[in-house]
Ligand binder design. Structure first.
Ligand code: FCB
Length: 502
């Protein structure tokens, strides 16, 4: 049975604000709650052609006209490849007990060929440095940076890519399995699949409709192969996946077209991953909506081979949830084009929702971060409660949450970011509300440790706890980072007082 989530109340245009959550009291998290920061290889490492690394799909995509603002690429990024020891020391100063990073497939197996010892060595040193500082490494195997040679052979629309992914994962396990306790396979496979192969907004930039569903299946298959193999080798590992889930609310609660749009977006963003992972089947309504969309002349769902869903549903030890905002959706055209005031990449991109291209996303009039995303912390509470009530869900970690603001250092060098602090405060409270309702949430990773390469936005959007001056590579913790460090150290979010922010 497919569960269709419809909210009991309609946010519509009435507006919801962080202040809907009580901010006047301190909230406490369990003593063993994990506090960390997250990054991704392509976004911070740089050293794009050093020590044998070869191109990945983002290196290529960044060269396409209009694909990335200012044509920015990850060649240098935060130069983390060379500054890693200082960056780990910074994490320690900020009282982080865990660090979620991703490994670069194109470094470890350049061109998806033989293992590159120099590439593996970087991650060996990173893990040793973390353990030396008593910081728990949390390794993500795939954060969007497919080796270009694999894309040239069809990328994630080619079933073979899932098996190459398993080879890569096992090489890394051989090198790091004794020291890395937590392994997640994919980061946000929705983005890899539907932004990469349906809308073309992300690398590899293909706009091939139902190819997104084909890619999603192969990403899930790669996940299942790896979880199954790693579990066989080592039962002590914590294994999981990170999804970017949304809360899809109909713009008009009683409008059938808007309610249908909400069902479709919930299906194509949430249930298309949650159902196979946690129930071993694809949602019937998503399959029905896309049944007439063939892939290479055959119904797309014929890419699902016997046994795939059993592998994909291999039990998980944890589910990573990335949440920035929910979506307000409509089944009708927008009355006027939305203007969020943000400069977006200009390369034409289509809808990421195959078969539901007509769905629109009207503004609710909520406050937004500088990347244009509405701020909706109560959506996180509803999302977590829904996961708990609709699925047999393993322990949850918030593997990404954070905000982009155009932080500018003051003349004295400090960086004040009260909006980010308010965002974090509101979302941590929203998590605590869900925990009080019985949801098993075990940790929180802020996105991101450093300002970094924000994909199509290049270096124009700053999500960091730590400001990066890209000309000098100087790191400066923002005021909110000191606040977060106190939260991480004490496990307590203090009463929010806008006037008293650091
Ligand atoms: C998530 C990505 C991460 C970063 C944040 C802002 O979708 O996983 O790399 O871009 O958004």
């Amino acid at each position: 049975m497919t569960t269709i989530h419809t909210p009991t109340s309609h946010p519509g245009q009435s507006g919801q604000h962080p202040s809907r959550i009580d901010t006047g009291t301190a909230v406490e998290f369990p003593a063993d709650f994990r506090w960390g920061a997250a990054t991704a290889a392509y976004q911070i490492e740089g050293a794009a052609d050093l020590d044998g690394r070869r191109p990945c799909i983002w290196d290529t995509f960044a060269t396409l006209p209009g694909a990335v603002l200012a044509g920015d690429n990850g060649d240098v990024a935060c130069d983390h490849y060379h500054r890693m020891p200082q960056d780990v020391a910074l994490m320690k100063r900020l009282h982080l007990d865990s660090y979620r990073f991703s490994t670069s497939w194109a470094r470890v197996h350049p061109d998806a060929g033989p293992l590159n010892p120099a590439g593996v060595d970087f991650y060996q040193r990173l893990v040793d440095e973390l353990l030396g500082h008593d910081i728990r490494p949390w390794l993500t195997l795939y954060h969007w940076d497919l080796p270009q040679t694999l894309e040239d052979a069809g990328g994630w629309t080619n079933r073979d890519t899932a098996y190459r992914f398993a080879d890569y994962a096992l090489s890394l396990y051989d090198a790091l399995g004794d020291r890395v306790p937590t392994w997640t396979t994919m980061n946000e496979p929705w983005c890899s699949a539907f932004l990469g192969y349906t809308s073309g907004r992300h690398a590899p930039g293909r706009q091939e409709g139902v190819a997104g569903l084909v890619a999603a299946h192969h990403l899930l298959l790669g996940h299942g192969l790896v979880v199954d193999e790693l579990r066989r080798r080592d039962t002590s590992l914590d294994l999981g996946i990170t999804l970017n889930l949304t809360v899809a609310d109909p713009f008009r609660a009683r409008d059938d077209a808007d309610r249908d749009a909400a069902r479709r977006i919930d299906g194509l963003q949430n249930r298309v991953f949650l159902d196979p992972l946690l129930r071993g089947s694809y949602p019937a309504d998503v399959v029905a909506d896309t049944a007439s969309m063939p892939w290479l002349g055959r119904p797309w769902q014929e890419v699902v081979a016997d046994g795939d869903l059993d592998l994909i549903a291999t039990p998980l030890d944890l589910l990573g949830v990335n949440y920035y905002r929910g979506d307000c959706v409509s089944g009708r055209p927008l009355e006027k084009p939305e203007d969020d005031g943000v400069t977006h990449p200009t390369r034409p991109a289509g809808s990421p929702f195959p078969g539901s291209e007509h769905v629109t996303f009207p503004s609710r009039g909520l406050p937004r971060t500088d990347i244009g995303w509405e701020i909706q912390p109560e959506g996180l509470t509803r999302l977590l409660v829904r996961l708990h009530s609709d699925y047999k869900v393993p322990p949850i970690y918030i593997t990404e949450n954070g905000a982009a603001f155009h932080d500018v250092p003051l003349p004295d060098g400090t960086v004040h970011d009260p909006e980010r602090l308010a965002y974090l405060d509101a979302h941590l409270r929203a998590i605590r509300v869900a925990m009080d309702a019985g949801v098993d949430v075990r940790g929180y990773f802020q996105w991101s440790l450093l300002d970094n390469y924000e994909w199509g936005y290049g270096y124009a959007q700053r999500f960091g706890m730590v400001h990066v001056d890209y000309a000098t590579q100087q790191r400066t913790p923002k005021a909110s980072a000191y606040w977060f460090a106190d939260v991480a150290r004490s496990g307590v979010v203090p009463p929010y007082d806008a006037r008293a922010t650091p």
